[in-house]
Design a protein around this ligand. Structure first.
Ligand code: PLP
Length: 477
């Protein structure tokens, strides 16, 4: 394959790739040419610590996953209209991690396809159309999902809210509608869940019909690493079921043991969804995803007489990859690892918060953590600028984090599951430095001028490129 200079890659991308496909760090994008474990390497072979890639779940280019893909690719790849062991073994394994009633799998190619099929199943099974989703939620890029993703349809240039879509408040106890300053946790869970009931009641009084489905991530990612109160989903599910709807748990970001204690984040809430969707980590970078549902819902779909055919869904290569990912999670005890390293990460963030008032809240479970950056702890006013500064500053230190949430002030950490305690130390000490620098620069500005500094104006002197790891170092990861 032809190798291009970085400038040539940028020029060709500008010429031929749609501008809506945005790059990280648009002013100085990264060109990544290889990756291993929790590290990504640019064209100069400088390494970047990857704290955001929950797709490369068991580590970038895990040898067992790569081997499974190569071996199956060299023997057979075809559609699932032929009998093949990989698809049935994968379905059996996934079903074994779920509540008993969830045992029927439909294999697809992406999280978006999984959620689209989940909506289709829900509509057919209930005969209803109205969907309840959460504020700031994202469920995928297909038209059906942009329609229910407040994160997208509500943007200034977005398509707006369709009649069949209803948005319930984000159950965020830190900066949501009901806050921990005024209510106890279970009170907030009930108040947020009651909003879903009110929506169900309104749909009934307006249309005379029940609802189709409630869909939510079990821990909410784009909404800002939000951990709903413990009683929230139980109460929501009971309201939704009473209104004739079904409950869809979107585990595309948080599934496959990321939360450590459980395979699936919904299990934390002791609820049984009717449909679970999964994707991203399932293929460790290979496009494979799945919808898991009950016999009754699958039967309703079958009774329509319309065959479900998906050319690539469940092909032998994708299923070999998914099987390998699940095996690696088990063989390398990655759930236990996520639990231990995740706790260490949360503890370290709490210690950092004692030093820096700009940290308003730290929340998370396993290797799914959010740091809420504020201008003021009392008022909880979000500090987008400082979050952006940290984002760029860490990139200069070759650490990749992301910033998200309704106010773009939540530092998100959701690394490959092979992330280590040493990696945590590195991230925390670099954040420590970045926050100190920012405060120092702010003080300088406030003494010398009334103008507030912009993140991009703050000069960064301490640029230390990280060198590529040796093979021995990589093996010890
Ligand atoms: C929660 C959630 N659901 C669904 C999707 C869609 O997955 P994909 O991009 O694989 O289509 C995403 C993607 O970011 C997601 O975050």
């Amino acid at each position: 394959m032809q190798k291009l200079q970085k400038e040539e890659t940028i020029a060709l991308r500008n010429k031929h790739i749609g501008k809506s496909c945005q790059l990280f760090f648009r002013k100085d994008p990264l060109k990544i040419v290889r990756a291993k474990g929790q590290y990504m390497y640019d064209e100069k072979d400088d390494a970047f610590l990857d704290c955001i890639n929950n797709v490369a779940h068991v580590g970038h280019c895990h040898p067992k996953v790569v081997q499974a893909a190569c071996e199956q690719m060299s023997v057979l790849n075809t559609n699932n209209r032929f009998l093949h062991d990989n698809i049935v073994l994968c379905a059996k394994k996934i079903a074994s991690t779920m509540p008993d009633k969830l045992k029927i799998c439909f294999f697809v190619n992406s999280g978006s396809e999984a959620n689209d099929l989940a909506l289709r199943l829900a509509q057919i099974h209930t005969g209803n159309r109205d969907i309840i989703a959460l504020e700031h939620a994202y469920h995928g890029h297909l038209t059906s999902l942009i329609d229910i993703s407040h994160y997208k349809f509500n943007l200034p240039g977005g398509v707006g809210q369709k009649d069949h879509v209803h948005v319930a408040s984000l159950p965020d106890v830190y900066r949501g509608k009901y806050r921990d300053t005024e209510y106890k946790k279970d009170e907030m869970g009930t108040l947020y869940a009651n909003e879903v009931k009110e929506i169900c009641d309104k749909i009934k009084s307006d249309t005379g019909k029940g609802i189709c489905a409630f869909i939510a991530e079990s821990l909410i990612s784009c909404g800002g690493q939000v951990i709903p109160p413990q009683n929230y989903f139980k109460e929501v599910y009971s309201h939704v079921k009473a209104a004739g709807g079904i409950c869809i748990a979107d585990e595309v970001q948080v599934g496959f043991g990321r939360v450590g204690k459980y395979w699936w984040a919904f299990q934390k809430y002791d609820v049984e969804p009717d449909i679970v969707t999964m994707g991203k980590p399932m293929g460790n970078g290979h496009p494979v995803a799945c919808v898991v549902t009950t016999q009754e819902i699958a039967d309703s779909f079958m009774k329509t007489g319309v065959e479900y055919f998906n050319t690539y869904g469940g092909n032998p290569v994708s299923c070999a990859v998914a099987n390998a990912v699940i095996n690696v999670i088990e063989q390398e005890n990655l759930r236990e690892h996520a639990l231990v390293v995740g706790e260490y990460l949360l503890d370290s963030c709490h210690i950092l918060a004692k030093k820096h008032k700009c940290i308003g809240d730290v929340r998370g479970m396993g290797l799914f953590v959010g740091i809420d950056i504020v201008q003021d702890r009392e008022t909880r006013v979000p500090d987008k600028e400082l979050a952006q500064y940290a984002h760029h500053r860490l990139r200069e230190e070759h650490i990749l984090i992301s910033v998200d949430g309704p106010h773009n002030n939540i530092i998100k950490i959701k690394p490959p599951m092979v992330f280590t305690k040493e990696n945590v130390d590195e991230v925390i000490s670099t954040l420590d430095r970045a926050f100190k620098e920012y405060r120092h620069n702010n003080e300088m500005y406030s003494v010398n001028s009334s103008k507030q500094p912009k993140a991009t104006e703050v000069s960064v002197k301490d640029h230390r490129p990280r060198k590529a790891l040796s093979e021995t170092q990589i093996k010890s990861i």
